[in-house]
Write a protein that binds this ligand. Structure first.
Ligand code: NAD
Length: 501
């Protein structure tokens, strides 16, 4: 492992403030939260510790903007232009934003630049196009009281109102845009609460949003802890919808709290996704593909392929290949160009991954490679392959959210469906095979929001994304996004039977 002592990049750090109604303000409490660089464990910035009072002001600002004549009358094309302008501003400083993201989150600079920033700009442009495509439908009616075909009906999509967006720390800027862009495209306003671990790029985004000319209050940003900021947002009666990405546990709290006001919710939650390698797979693709399915972003991906199922004939070859691939991955500082895997995001996350693996080892899990922290400074954990883990063990059942894969040998392919679905989650899955028939039969058998064939973790805003079972509720992206941020209104009219008289 190579931890370079890279100096702090020359990027402006956004001050510890909140964006409320177009103005940058300190938290009402005046308190701040330290921001730690995961590559070095050094505190390098502070963010404002927002509270219930700040959330209330932000929601009022979002509500006032939503109700304003200017917002209500804004042409859909012009909402799209706001998003396009923001995409251009982000493009102009994509390198700086990537540096800020890597410093805050720890992910390698190339990943920030070519994954996070690329996704962010694509998503903005995708949703910019949607703003002008909110269409309803015309419906032919057969009412019981029909008196000569006099009834006409149509539907229209209405924005839900003020959205509360709550995001995690693994793709901070991309997640912020995943909430802001559809909200604005479909005519909502939003209060966004980024993760307290990684708020900096969202704050810089706020500055660019102001520069792009978004009306005051259309986008508000309140940083701080889940409780009180997230909880206050969920409890506020003027927030009509919560768009949440994060852990299943927090998602459950949000769903319960939202029930009281029948708030709309979309929940993008955790996973324990299977990667399935059949004996006929192209191993030159399948082995590195299955390896990066789990080790990409140091395993901190909701759809990470954390349960590996390999047909018995090729089990030893695949497990050895993935272990060799893992051992060859360069772990290091986010700014070292050689780095493929950065640190985990926080001391807490490192502790969780270490505890789960150590516990599993105590229960008989065999460590093929990894299984330990890398280096003494920075939250680094070696990419890890484990086998001989029982299907009921914690390691097999809980989302680890680190670079740890559990290898399972598949002796009977007819048992694959039950084995792959033996999890409370259902977010993603990948199948590696050259047999088209098997690929599609299996794709139809896996309980997951997304099934990939001969690839993994390909996300595209044009493709609906979300989970089944405990992995979430609703879908984001694609044509489904419109349902997530709008309500359908039906309008029914009776014509005057006198016609043109
Ligand atoms: P988390 O649930 O701890 O936190 C997510 C956000 O919710 C943070 O902003 C946090 O401050 C806030 N929060 C915490 N408690 C809250 C409460 N009671 N009410 C309202 N908000 C609250 O998740 P995390 O650790 O930041 O992120 C990792 C998790 O996110 C993993 O489980 C991962 O699978 C999941 N995730 C899912 C997707 C997806 O699209 N399905 C994508 C990325 C991450």
């Amino acid at each position: 492992m190579n931890v370079a002592t890279t100096d702090f990049p020359q990027v402006a750090i956004p001050p510890a403030r909140l964006l409320i109604g177009g103005a940058w303000v300190e938290a009402a409490s005046g308190e701040t939260i330290p921001v730690v660089n995961p590559s070095t464990e050094q505190v390098f910035a502070r963010i404002a510790a927002g509270g219930a009072e700040d959330v209330a002001r932000a929601v009022e600002a979002a509500h006032a903007c939503f109700e304003s004549a200017a917002w209500q009358k804004m042409r859909p094309l012009d909402r799209g232009r706001l998003l396009e302008r923001l995409a251009l501003l982000i493009e102009a400083e994509a390198d700086d934003l990537a540096r800020l993201e890597s410093w805050d989150n720890g992910k390698p600079l190339a990943v920030s630049r070519h994954v996070d920033l690329a996704f962010t700009m694509d998503a903005l442009r995708y949703y910019a196009g949607w703003a002008s495509k909110m269409a309803g439908e015309y419906i032919t009616l057969s009412p019981f009281v029909d008196d000569g075909g006099l009834y006409r009906a149509y539907t229209e999509r209405r924005p839900v109102g003020v959205v509360g967006g709550i995001t995690p720390w693994n793709f901070p800027l991309g997640q912020a845009i995943q909430k802001i862009a559809p909200a604005i495209a479909f005519g909502c306003t939003i209060v966004l609460k980024p993760s307290e671990e990684t708020s900096l790029t969202t704050l810089r985004l706020g500055e660019l949003i102001c520069q792009a000319g978004f009306p005051d209050g259309a986008v508000n940003i309140v940083t701080g802890h889940g409780d009180p900021v997230g909880t206050s947002l969920v409890a506020h009666p003027k927030v009509r919808k919560i768009a949440f990405t994060g852990s299943t546990r927090t998602g459950q709290h949000i769903l319960e709290a939202s029930a009281r006001q029948m708030k709309r919710v979309t929940l993008e939650l955790g996973g324990k996704s299977p990667t399935i390698v059949l004996a006929d797979a192209d191993m030159d693709q399948a082995i590195p593909g299955a390896a990066m399915a789990i080790f990409g972003n140091s395993g901190q991906v909701c759809t990470a392929g954390s349960r590996l199922f390999v047909q018995a004939e090729v089990y030893d070859e695949v497990v050895a290949g993935i272990a060799e691939f893992a051992a060859g991955l360069s772990i290091g500082h986010a700014f070292d160009p050689a780095t493929v895997l950065g640190p985990l995001v926080s001391a807490r996350q490192l502790e969780r991954v270490s505890t789960l693996v150590d516990g599993g080892r105590g229960d008989g899990a065999e460590v093929v490679t990894g299984g330990e922290r890398a280096g003494a400074q920075g939250f680094y954990y070696r990419p890890t392959v484990l086998r001989n883990v029982a299907p009921g063990a914690r390691l097999s059942r809980e989302e680890i959210f680190g670079p740890v894969v559990i290898a399972n040998r598949l002796d009977d392919i007819s048992a694959l469906k039950a084995a792959a679905n033996d999890t409370e989650y259902g977010l993603g899955a990948s199948i590696w095979t050259r047999d088209l028939n098997k690929a599609h039969v299996l794709a139809g058998q896996i309980d997951a929001g997304t099934v990939w064939i001969n690839t993994h973790n390909v996300l595209d805003t044009a493709m609906p994304f979300g989970g089944v079972k405990m992995s979430g509720l609703g879908r984001e992206f694609g044509t489904e996004a419109i349902n997530a941020f709008t309500e359908t209104r039906a309008v029914c009219m009776r014509l005057d039977p006198t016609g043109l008289e």
